[in-house]
Structures are given as structure tokens and as C-alpha cells.
Design a binder for this molecule. Structure first.
Ligand code: TYD
Ligand code: MG
Length: 463
């Protein structure tokens, strides 16, 4: 490919993607040190780039004219139905034609597996799965493992975007999956694959392709916990939807969240279980996340939480023990450590429990990370139950937030939480008294116990 114009050199912060004409030691945007790297960019003419993916199409649209908002029709907006309830819900009801979806997650979490499953299940759609990471044989082996057969899924092992567009022009797929953005490179930028300018440029090419041909594109991007591989982060503003796949690699459960969605609700969440034959949807998470015990054990409390529009009962566990040496340890799995410190401070200052000399460990069962503050009360009760070595009866669950003054605060969608708890056979649910206005207790068989202070909660639980 001949690129005539002279190369342009720019510096990019590899952490946040900020551009600078000259090298700087500390990024003015994210304040990180030593993150600027020189990257060479070739300027190309607009037509150069459009040529490939519009070759076989009717060409770019004529320039748009303004339309009155009431005249804009929604009829030509049919979504592509996705097999599987979880993904459908997280996407807000299916794939929107021409949408660009960024699918991020840590390496090895199951991104390629989920996308390949999607590609194989969309049997009446021509899908192109582009892989820069695995060979065709490897993908075939994975497909065999998943055990779905289809005759409309093409696999392409390629990393150059111009070559990919060439193949797209031949195959004319109705959905494109790119695995992963860090392996792609465009001839118009000279820096190495995975650098900020490559990632951004490749994504921009596919953005234009998606919008002009109305073909949905899924872009897989690796994100590490520390965010050091920040490439995909710089794409968040340009894509329509950002999906995130998370979970503990040592556990089988995986959570799919939409952190940005121009076509749906971002609170939605899907749960999958990683099995020998790929990812299986978890339809009723409440039943799996609570352990069936013969006897009640201290340090366990069940919380009625909401993840998006879906109520879910989750087991919280705490272990409080005397700190053997020096500084006590605090550790939280699946919950924000700073919020745990806050809850411990509330227990200490407002309720007189001496936890500053204790080690406190908490864990959310199933390796799931919970963001709903409605889990607070269950956590606090699990901590106290472990501290006092008094088990909480297994028929009780909790749904309330704990405030800085030790007050028990109301949570949203309380009736849905209560219904779910009742459905799973709980006999008592402890809620904030400020929530009682929104509850018609006559509708439920489960006993609803309102509390307004931490102290009241203890007397309800332990007499
Ligand atoms: P993968 O989709 O390759 O992760 P990513 O693309 O996010 O890097 O999945 C990696 C893990 O999933 C791998 O360690 C093996 C496991 N796995 C299963 O347990 N069962 C399966 O059926 C498949 C395909 C993978
Ligand atoms: Mg992969």
C-alpha cells in the first residue's frame, strides 16, 4: 500500500491516551509518570480509507439533512435477536445494527469463548470471527468443545485491518467479531500493535465501517486489574456499548455487565458459569449462591440484593479473629475494602464494638463482586455474628444500607427483594423502617421486620 504523505510524530500517554506534541515526564491528564511514548502516524486521505470497505456497498450516504425529532422513525431500528437471555438483557434487547461494542475483561476470563459461542449460535446470520491471537485450528478445537455446529460462521486469522476489510468486502458478513483489538494494526499508523494510536486508529476504522454499512462489530479488548494495558480504555468514548466480563478465575461464575450502553440500561447484569463445554447461563442465581447448611454457622448472613432489575440472594461471610501480631488485617473479596473500613468504623464508633484489635476477613460467596449498597446490613451482621460467635438463623435475610451514623437506610426496589426472599423460603427479612411506606405487608407471607438503628438489629437477631 502506498502512503505518500510525510510521517507525523506524536507522543501518547500509554495510560490514558492523551496526545502531546512533545515528550513530557508526567501526564497532565492522568498524572502518571513516564508514560509518554513516541508514535509515528501517517496522514492519509479520507478516500484511501473508505475505499476498501465501501467497495462492494452502495457507497457512503449523501450528506445528511436535519430532521425534526418527531419525524424520525424508529421502524428501521430492528434489533438482531441474540440467543440467550443473559446477553440479550445486558445488550438492552439484542444487537443494534451498526453498533460498535467493546467487550473488555482480564485475559483468560472467557471473552473469546463467549464471543465464539455467540458467533456459532447466530445460525441465520453470516458472522466473521477475526482472530489475531489464535490459529484457525485452535478456534475449531474450541468450537468442538462448545459443541455447536453452524454453516454461517467464517474464521479469519489476520491482524492487518486493510486485509480484514478486503475479506469483509468478499464475504459481506452481517456481524464482525475482532479478537482482540490489541493484536490488530493498520498500515496508516506505524507504531506497534497494542499501542494507543494503533488501538484508536483500528477502532476508528471499524467504527466507520459499522456506521456506514450498518454492520454490528464486537471488539474484544484485554484489560488488566491495574488498568496498565489501558489501550481499550481510550476507546470507551467512541463505542456505543462497553461490556465487561468479570469474575474470579478460580471460581466458575462470570459476570457480564454493561458499563456503557447507548441502547439500553447499564444496570443490567448477566451471570454465566464456565463449564467444560463453554459458558452456560445461570438462570436462577439465588439458588446457587446460597449454601444449603444443616446447621446455622456463625459469620454467615444472607442479603437480598438487586443487580440491575434482577433480585438476587447472596451469601456474605465474615471471619473475625484476634490479631496475633501488630496491625490487624482487613481483607475483602467481592466487596470494596474502603467501604468495609467504613462499616467497621461505624460499628466501633456508634455501636461500641472493639474491632480495632481484630483481623476481619469478608467474602461474597461465588466469587461475585457486589456493588449494591443494600448488602451492607447483611455484611455488618455477618461480622458481628462471627465476632460474638452467635449464628444468625438461616430463615433470616437482610436488605438495607448502613449509614455513617449507624442508621439503617432504605434501598431501592424493596418489594422485588422481599418477593425473591419469600420465593426462596425465607421467613423473616430485615429492612429499613424508612422503606416501610413503600411496602404493603399484607401481600407477603414472609415477616417483614423494620429497623432504624444498628442496635435494634442486634436485639432482633440475638435478643
Ligand atoms: P478464553 O475465552 O480463551 O479467555 P479470554 O479470551 O478472555 O482470554 O477462556 C479461557 C479459559 O476458559 C481457559 O483457561 C479455559 C476455560 N474454558 C473452559 O473452562 N471451558 C471451555 O469450554 C472453554 C472453551 C474454555
Ligand atoms: Mg481470547
Amino acid at each position: 500500500m502506498s502512503v505518500a504523505s510525510k510521517p507525523k510524530v506524536t507522543f501518547f500517554c500509554q495510560n490514558c491516551g492523551t496526545q502531546s506534541a512533545k515528550w513530557v515526564g508526567r501526564c497532565t491528564s492522568c498524572n502518571e509518570w513516564n508514560t509518554y511514548v513516541e508514535e509515528v502516524i501517517h496522514k492519509e486521505t479520507k478516500n484511501d480509507r473508505l475505499r476498501l470497505f465501501t467497495a462492494n456497498k452502495s457507497g457512503a450516504k449523501d450528506s445528511n439533512k436535519p430532521t425534526l425529532i418527531q419525524d424520525v422513525g424508529l421502524q428501521d431500528f430492528p434489533r438482531i435477536a441474540v440467543p440467550g437471555k443473559e446477553l440479550t438483557r445486558v445488550l438492552g434487547g439484542g444487537i443494534v445494527p451498526g453498533s460498535l461494542v467493546l467487550f473488555g475483561g482480564e485475559p483468560g476470563i472467557g471473552k473469546s469463548t463467549l464471543m465464539l459461542q455467540l458467533a456459532l449460535r447466530l445460525k441465520n446470520l453470516k458472522v466473521l470471527y477475526v482472530s489475531g491471537e489464535e490459529s484457525e485450528q485452535q478456534i475449531k478445537m474450541r468450537a468442538e468443545r462448545i459443541g455447536i455446529t453452524t454453516d454461517s460462521c467464517f474464521i479469519l486469522q489476520e491482524t492487518n485491518t486493510q486485509n480484514i476489510f478486503q475479506q469483509i468486502a468478499v464475504i459481506e458478513p452481517q456481524l464482525v467479531v475482532l479478537d482482540s483489538i490489541q493484536t490488530l494494526h493498520t498500515s496508516y499508523v506505524e507504531s506497534s500493535p497494542g499501542s494507543v494510536s494503533q488501538v484508536r486508529e483500528c477502532a476508528a476504522e471499524f467504527l466507520r465501517f459499522a456506521k456506514e454499512t450498518n454492520t454490528p462489530v464486537f471488539i474484544i479488548g484485554h484489560i488488566t486489574k491495574e488498568g496498565s494495558l489501558a489501550g481499550p480504555k481510550v476507546l470507551e468514548h467512541m463505542v456505543d456499548t462497553v461490556l465487561q466480563f468479570e469474575g474470579d478465575r478460580n471460581h466458575v461464575y462470570r459476570l457480564l455487565r454493561a458499563t456503557k450502553n447507548r441502547f439500553g440500561n447499564t444496570n443490567e447484569m448477566g451471570i454465566y458459569e464456565m463449564q467444560g463445554e463453554g459458558l452456560k447461563e445461570v438462570v436462577n442465581p439465588s439458588e446457587i449462591l446460597i449454601t444449603d447448611r444443616q446447621n446455622a454457622t456463625s459469620g454467615v448472613a444472607i442479603s437480598a440484593t438487586m443487580e440491575g432489575n434482577r433480585p438476587m440472594l447472596i451469601e456474605t461471610q465474615a471471619l473475625v479473629s484476634s490479631a496475633a501480631y501488630g496491625t490487624p488485617q482487613r481483607s475483602a473479596t467481592g466487596y470494596d475494602l474502603r467501604r468495609l473500613s467504613m462499616l467497621l468504623a461505624v460499628l466501633e464508633k456508634r455501636c461500641g464494638f472493639r474491632l480495632e484489635i481484630k483481623d476481619v476477613f469478608i467474602n461474597i460467596a461465588g466469587g461475585i463482586r457486589v456493588e449494591d449498597p443494600g448488602i451492607d446490613l447483611a455484611l455488618v451482621c455477618a461480622i458481628l455474628s462471627s465476632n460474638e460467635d452467635l449464628p444468625i438463623p438461616q430463615s433470616i435475610c437482610f436488605a438495607a444500607e448502613v449509614g455513617l451514623t449507624g442508621e439503617i437506610r432504605p434501598v431501592n426496589r424493596i418489594e422485588q427483594r422481599i418477593s425473591e426472599a419469600e420465593k426462596l423460603g425465607f421467613e423473616k427479612i430485615i429492612v429499613s423502617s424508612f422503606n416501610m411506606k413503600g411496602i404493603n405487608a399484607k401481600n407477603y407471607k414472609i415477616q417483614i421486620v423494620p429497623v432504624s438503628k444498628m442496635e435494634e438489629t442486634f436485639s432482633v437477631l440475638f435478643g
